[in-house]
Design a protein. Structure first.
Length: 197
């Protein structure tokens, strides 16, 4: 998940106030003008006197602690598997999702996709229809006690199911949502775990 704050900003062409959002790999400012920073724009970002300062001198007032946290996140961005909570040694399975990049990332981390759907720490499941969401109940028993299902679906205008529909389907089978991650440029992922009684 990214970062989001209401800020006062100072640019070469004057001050502005608006919403600052960091969703790797880009930083977006929405004020009187919309400004997007990514790639080389974010190299050398630093925290200084409570401001997040970019290489071009643009400054965003966040406060000492937040500015340091934002700078750290931009200088050392987490990889997708970090954001998704995948660690070496976990039992992970991928269902209904063709993603060669994910397979390569899992292999690089030393995590093999489990063939046996039992005791899973993480299950990635693509669901872009009511029928696919209806299958969630069948997948719950595949999870370990502290396991999670990431429901992956198209986002934006291409979305065939809305987040609220995904959440309702998961809640109906005893799951609770606790995280959302931009899975890729075109996909979003909602994380669900077993409801604790």
């Amino acid at each position: 998940m990214g970062k989001d704050a209401q800020v006062e900003a100072r640019f070469a062409d004057g001050p502005d106030s608006g919403r600052l959002q960091y969703e790797p790999p880009r930083l977006l400012f929405r004020g009187a003008q919309r400004r997007v920073y990514q790639g080389d724009d974010l190299k050398g970002v630093r925290a200084e006197a409570g401001d997040l300062v970019l290489a071009d001198g643009s400054r965003f007032s966040l406060g000492e602690k937040a500015a340091a946290n934002w700078a750290q996140a931009m200088l050392n961005p987490k990889g997708r598997l970090d954001k998704l909570g995948v660690k070496p040694g976990m039992r992970v399975a991928v269902l209904n999702l063709a993603d060669d990049a994910l397979a390569a990332e899992l292999a690089e981390l030393g995590v093999e996709s489990a063939e046996d759907l039992a005791g899973l720490d993480i299950l990635f499941y693509a669901a872009d229809s009511a029928g696919e969401l209806a299958r969630l109940g069948d997948l719950v028993p595949t999870l370990a006690d502290k396991g999670a299902i990431w429901v992956v679906s198209r986002k934006g205008k291409a979305a065939a199911v809305k987040d609220v529909e995904v959440m309702a389907a998961a809640k109906a089978v005893g799951l609770v949502d606790n995280k959302v991650v931009g899975f890729s440029e075109t996909l979003t992922a909602l994380r669900f775990t077993l409801r604790r009684t």
